[in-house]
Write a protein that binds this ligand. Sequence first.
Ligand code: GRF
Length: 220
Amino acid sequence: MEGNLSLLTVPDKLNIAIFASGNGSNFRAIHEAISGGKIRNAQIALVISNNSDAGALEIARGFKIPAVHISRTQYKSDDEFNATLIGALAKHHINFIALAGYMKKIDVSVVGAFRNRIVNIHPALLPKFGGEGMYGMKVHEAVIAAKEKLSGATVHIVDDQYDHGMIVLQKTVAVEPTDTAETLAARVLNIEHEIYPEAIHLFAEGNIKIIDQKLIINNV
Ligand code: GRF
């Protein structure tokens, strides 16, 4: 029987919304890869943050990219909040979402509207050290406590569970015996800045296929 093929070629360009809560260094890395010509067929058209003080919003304004603060606390209900998010995405003709240090769970209504078109970066080798409550330094502390020899970063598709969707790219770093959570985090962040733009490049070139819930990268 023929598989359920979903080819993620985007007809024109990836029109990306970045969701970020913090510093925005991954957002900056993706922006640099686009403006430096390493990713063609893509632009960042919107940055959304739940945190009005997010560095990511400031960076976006510096780049003249539309930047909006949309937080659940501004709305009476989850439905109103999620409808506002979806409205902002529609207004900017967004067809792809990259979560870059976004600290909130994406509602099923948004996941459903952008099925297989939302990616996230996680600072560990999923499926290890992921899931609810596993964020920031907690991830690196857990890796060190477990005496792992390797850690790394993972770009994955976002589904309706934390850190759970299909893996797009991973890269490892060695965990040194002298590492603290902070030194390990810094080393992992450097490779995040490599693999996140690489993953987006693959989507922009139409080189990611999903067949029967398996992600396949075209030979390029
Ligand atoms: C990164 O470590 C990322 O893996 C995690 O949040 C952090 C965001 O960093 N999801 P930045 O805001 O991109 O600098």
